[in-house]
Design a protein around this ligand. Sequence first.
Ligand code: BEZ
Ligand code: FE
Length: 298
Amino acid sequence: MDDLNAETVTQAALQQMAATPDPRLRQVMASLVRHLHDFAREVTLTPEEWLTAIRFLTEVGHCCSPVRQEFILLSDVLGLSALVNAQHVADAAPGGTEASLLGPFFRADAPLLEAGAQIARDPGAPELLLHGRVTDTAGQPIAGARIDVWQTSATGLYDLQVADAAMDLRGAFQTDAEGRFHFRTVQPLGYQIPMDGPVGRLARAQGRHGYRPAHIHFLIGAPGYQELVTALYFAEDPHIDSDMVFGVARALVVSPVARDPAAPIQGMASLRYDFALAPAAGHGSQRVGADPASLQPA
Ligand code: BEZ
Ligand code: FE
């Protein structure tokens, strides 16, 4: 038996895992160990720093609850969620609308609402109309597509961040025979990612502002089509070019218009956006995120 050192321990660990029966687990874990060991060597990780990281990850875990997923938040601020998203959606849904992050505030059981409904229980700000169509990549309408939407209030909070966490500022709609949808909301406010936990502490230590530009999330699905997870970002937001979680794409940046004679409801600012779904091609879900409640241990 040879004594291990900071170099040879990598090979020893890889060898011990080499008989992993599941080939994908074998590949992923071998790569993870190689990169993790390289990282520790590159920064000459000290025992104190190693323990700080263990403490940090422990805190991240303790912060998770049915309404908060601090690990997803960590992945988001490291740019990992955006990377996984970018790596897969282009292949999975060619020609479809650009995807964006699901984020930690999606809820699977939002109420199904009538076309034109207001999603804010107490708008408290001028109304904004969102309307458009859902089509396939050839522009043909998709009838009966389900559109989940969720966003912050005009003060920058999701329903999950207020005391009773009652459903608000979210809802689900179905497209009509021509693939059309419309609903009323309020202009969302850009917001800081939750900064009161370990991930926020890290962000502050890095001198980062923590803001996401104002946006509205969409999850759109229809039988036979690849599910679309995306968001529309408001051009006027001061953080449009420095999103804390790297979710903005040029094609998703929008500006409401004060008056649109073609809008299905008049008397308020409106925003039209058409979404295109790619055919399902057996790629499974492309959601980079999940309802926090679904990630609780059994
Ligand atoms: C969001 O869009 O809701 C979000 C995404 C990532 C981190 C925090 C919030
Ligand atoms: Fe969001």
